[in-house]
Every structure is written in C-alpha cells, then in structure tokens.
Design a protein around this ligand. Sequence first.
Ligand SMILES: *Cc1c(COP(=O)(O)O)cnc(C)c1O
Length: 372
Amino acid sequence: MTARIRSDLDSIPSYVPGRSYPGAHKLASNETTHGPLPGVLTAINAAATQSNRYPDNRNSELIGALAESLGVDPARVAVGCGSVALCQELVQITCNRPDDEVLYAWRSFEAYPVVTKVAAATPVTVALTDGAVHDLDAMAAAITPRTRLVFVCNPNNPTGTAVGRAELERFLDRVPDDVLIVLDEAYFEYLRFPADDSPDGIELGRARPNVLVLRTFSKAYGLAGLRVGYAVGDARLIDALAKVHIPFSVSRVAQAAALASLDAGAELLSRTDAVIAERDRVRAALIAAGYQVPPSQANFVWLPLGALTADFGAASANAGVLVRPYGTDGVRVTIGDPHENDAFLAFATDSSTAASFADATSSLAGATDPAR
Ligand SMILES: *Cc1c(COP(=O)(O)O)cnc(C)c1O
C-alpha cells in the first residue's frame, strides 16, 4: 500500500524546466541578464550573516518602503515568496468549493491553471483575440455567479501584448463588485504606453476595492532567484492574504535585496530602456524576415507558430539559443543582451529557417501594425 494522493493532481502537468547546456544562450525565462548591483550584493551579504534567525514575517521594512514609493497606505501592501506565491494565496482567499471559478485568458501565465487546480477550484478560460490580446469583452461575458477571481496578465505572458487604461477601465467597470480582479503586472516596468493610456493597476485600484495588483522584483529588478513579489489592494484583501501566507517564506536575504533594489530603482529601471530598444529591434528583424509578431510591451516577443512550435524550439536549441515553446501555440523569446539577440536572429531570420517557419505565424491578425 502506498499513501493515497489526490487523483485530481493527475490533471496538473509537471513543470518541465527549459533544458540548458553550457554555452547556450538562455532566452527562455524572461530574466534580466545583469547580476545584482554591488550595493544589493552588500545588503544580501549583510542579511546572510543573520541566517540563524527567522526573518521578519510581516516584512515591515519592505512594506513600508514599497508603500512610500508607490504612494499607498502600508495596510494596502502584502509581500510574497515571488508573486507566483501570491497568485496561489489569492486563489486560497477566494475559493473553497469545487464550483468556485477562476477566470483567465488563454494562453496566459502558466501558473494560473496550476494554482486554480491545486485549490480544487474550476478554471474558466477565454481565448485571446486573433491578435493575441486579452479579449476583455469576452471575459466580462464569461463571468458567472460562480466567478470568484479573474486574472488579467497585463502585459500578457507569453504574448507580450497589453491593454491600455481606457480599455481596462471599461472592463473593470463591468465586473461585479464582489468578484476579485487581479491585475498581474509582472512586466509593468517594460510598458511604454502614452501617459494618458498607461494601464497602471495601482492607480486603477485606488477607488476599486475589488482590484488587486501584483508586481515582482523578479523581472526588471533582476531578483528572480531570490523570490520576492508584492500585492497592492484593499486592506481587507491584504489581511486575508496574511492568513494563508506560509510563515517566513520571504527570507531575510530576499527582503534585504528587495529593499536595496528599491533604493537603486532609478538605476535598475533605466536598464529597461535598453531592453525595449532591443525588443523593438528584434521584432522589426523578425517581421522583415516574414514572421508575424504581436507588438510587445514586455521583455520578450511571441511567435505564434502553431503546430510548428516544438520544431522551432528544437531547431533554435540546436542553433544554441534556448527559447520557450508552448504546446502548439507558439514560442516566447526573451530579450537578452544584443549578442544573444543577434544569435537568435541569425537562426530565426536565416533564409532556410524563415522559409520553414515564418508562414506558420500568419494566423496572427494585425501583427505587423507598427502602432505601440
Ligand atoms: C514571472 C511572472 C510572475 C512572477 O514571478 P515571481 O518570480 O514568482 O515573482 C508573475 N506573473 C507573471 C505573468 C510572470 O510572468
């Protein structure tokens, strides 16, 4: 006899990490290519000397600093072991019955189906538009009396597309007040919208108690390995998150690194301009080679390769560039340093590669529209 395990876990695919090998360019995880700044490393080292002690479970100092930099009350801020842990905790505070529904677009962040199924809630998905953008009208229409939580990933991982403020506000205003809307803004720092249409969830949430925003230190702040994300929303939601939080799951080192990174915010965020310049260069080169690529507001681009997704991923790996294939939907390519992007483009825009793959992306509507 072996211990009985929930049979419904069989429907959750095991995480398959991207393969890697020495010398390969890793453009598969949306990481930053730069290591921590010297000042951040100093803070990490100092915090590490106290590793015999439990960290501050309330994350008080970090929450205070975040609240100040965002201009919100500290009671509106929670910190988690990566924002992916907060995704899980948000399902835990909203869903406790199998017919509770969690709504999200698909394809979107891979963690949403996992955290929903782990909570034994019911996932409800709404297809992206032909342009690989959130179909907010269809999502509003998919809300039922059983909907407890809606994830809107903006910009969307893995397609990079984003919706602007006006469109988002129209959606928020259509969702019933008793449904929690989570705006997952993991790539917020890479957005470049006109100021009057900037989809800043923290601003949109100020007057909407059912809107909560997730951001993270993993992407533009370059701390993916240390696991710190945060939530900003109504104090009632923040209090509820504290109840399901795994104690001490944000280490002292992580808290110290996040604080120091927040202090160095101007320097860290100025790096996003170079990533965006590269993003636009990579996209333009792919379009020139015949691919359809949706406009990206994140640090990656999306190739909707359909049935050829796995073949493209394997061919790219053979060419020394690891990208992220998603089933039969497409391939996500993280923007790396210029020489890494050049290596990817040398593969993807090579005439034989383009001849084999570019046409497969043609299902994407409006993708060559240079707007945004
Ligand atoms: C990377 C990512 C996150 C956060 O990751 P953490 O490292 O857990 O903070 C959250 N949402 C999306 C959509 C992401 O791509």
